[in-house]
Design a protein around this ligand. Structure first.
Ligand SMILES: [Zn+2]
Length: 418
């Protein structure tokens, strides 16, 4: 059998027989029978010999977590161009936003479309960067429609001193808003977080103020950091492409940043929050890696296909992991990525040389990722007692030695709906 089949059992239960069960950080299990009662996993066992003909040629995995995306770009069919120089890509993003500034309906529609695309690709928990109140509302509605959970990181931007106080007000209001109703019965479905956009777009006082608000509200924080070598140069010496970019927007003031500023300084402040995501970290050096190894509540988000789109030097995610840092995978947005499948991000990574097998990478889009967003990591395993929330991929493979290669080349992951 090639497609997943959910059979009714003798006592009203539902039964799935799959060629492989692949859980994060665990050895894969072959020919597994999963019994589901009232949407919860009641039993996982070896498929009895007389039922082997009913085993579907699929690998079953827990639902995924995509810790970093910007769903407002979900109506794009192709990434925005040019990918380099990076400030020109930012200009393309700004143009796209203003071309669709007829406003809220377009953003809301894009956020909803993106969340539904994510859901169909097996994502059950998403870390979304929200740029407007309408975007937050649209996310909330889409979470209710899909039964997903999410963190709305409210984006704050303001490089000049006169923008600081208004942006801090936005941050205050966002985290103070009432949480949404508990739709699934398993806790809050929408958590409110904050996102100081990046060092080149956020005044240092605004950044510090945002982290202070997040700390008081125990809200998670997400910040793009060390994304380009130009950003590192801007911080270090206040020269380079970002100076030209900020001058062209009449935002440049050489007094805003101090000479010798580093990404590490931002990480040290982010570490004051209960949880933080350092998005990209493409150009972290030894000092940042050493700091992150001691502060795993600040997790690095590697966005593999976006990273490749921009042509960066190889990401140090393996070095970070080996040092003890938390590393997660994210899709980023359709402005720099072809789709919103976090499974494809994992396949992209797993297909590179000298990389651990898929099941050892899986925590980066399940358990460890959930933990980084403040959700229960154990919910992102297929195990007895858990609510059944699962993903399958076609997998024609009868030996563990060939399983990793089969998973890397498998077709798209799809949610398994009961
Ligand atoms: Zn991003």
């Amino acid at each position: 059998m090639t497609g997943i089949n959910i059979e009714p059992g003798a006592h009203g239960e539902q039964v799935i027989r799959c060629a492989w069960l692949v859980n994060p950080g665990a050895a894969p299990r072959q020919n597994v029978r999963v019994t589901i009662v009232d949407d919860s996993v009641a039993e996982i066992c070896e498929t009895p010999v007389d039922e082997l003909s009913q085993v579907a040629a699929v690998a079953l995995m827990p639902a995924f977590v995509n810790v970093h995306t910007h769903l407002e770009f979900s109506r794009l069919s192709h990434p925005l161009s040019p990918p380099a120089p990076f400030p020109d890509w930012i200009r393309a993003v700004v143009r796209y936003r203003s071309a669709n500034s007829d406003g809220a309906p377009f953003t809301a529609d894009s956020v909803r479309a993106g969340l539904h695309e994510s859901h169909a690709a097996g994502v059950r928990l998403v870390g979304e960067i929200s740029t407007t109140e309408g975007g937050v509302t649209a996310l909330q509605q889409a979470l209710e429609e899909t039964g997903n959970a999410g963190v709305s990181f409210r984006e704050l931007i303001g490089f000049s001193a006169d923008q600081v106080s208004a942006q801090l007000d936005v941050a205050d209001r966002h985290v103070a808003a009432t949480p949404t109703s508990d739709i699934s019965g398993s806790g809050q479905d929408l958590v409110r977080g904050l996102s100081p956009h990046a060092p080149y777009s956020v005044h240092p006082e605004l950044f510090e103020g945002i982290v202070d608000i997040a700390r008081r509200a125990t809200a998670p924080v997400a910040m793009h950091l060390a994304e380009t070598i130009d950003e590192v140069e801007l911080l270090q010496s206040q020269t380079g492409q970002f100076v030209n970019f900020l001058q062209s927007l009449n935002l440049w003031d050489p007094q805003i940043l101090s000479r010798g500023t580093t990404s590490l300084r931002y990480l040290e402040k982010l570490a004051q929050a209960e949880r933080a995501l350092a998005i990209h970290g493409n150009y972290f050096g030894p000092a940042e890696i050493a700091f992150l190894s001691r502060h795993p509540h600040v997790a690095v988000v590697y966005c593999p296909r976006t990273h490749a789109y921009f042509g960066h030097t190889p990401h140090l995610w393996q070095r970070l992991q080996a040092a003890g840092a938390a590393v997660l995978l994210g899709t980023d947005s359709r402005a720099s990525n072809p789709d919103l499948s976090v499974w494809k991000e994992l396949q992209f990574v797993a297909g590179q040389n000298n990389v651990a097998p898929v099941w050892e990478l899986l925590p980066m889009i399940t358990t460890t990722a959930a933990d980084a967003l403040g959700f229960n990591r154990e919910d992102f395993k297929v195990k007895v007692g858990n609510r059944f929330r699962s993903v399958s991929v076609p997998c024609e493979c009868d030996s563990e030695s060939r399983l990793n290669a089969a998973l890397i080349r498998s077709a798209a992951a799809t949610e398994v709906s009961l």
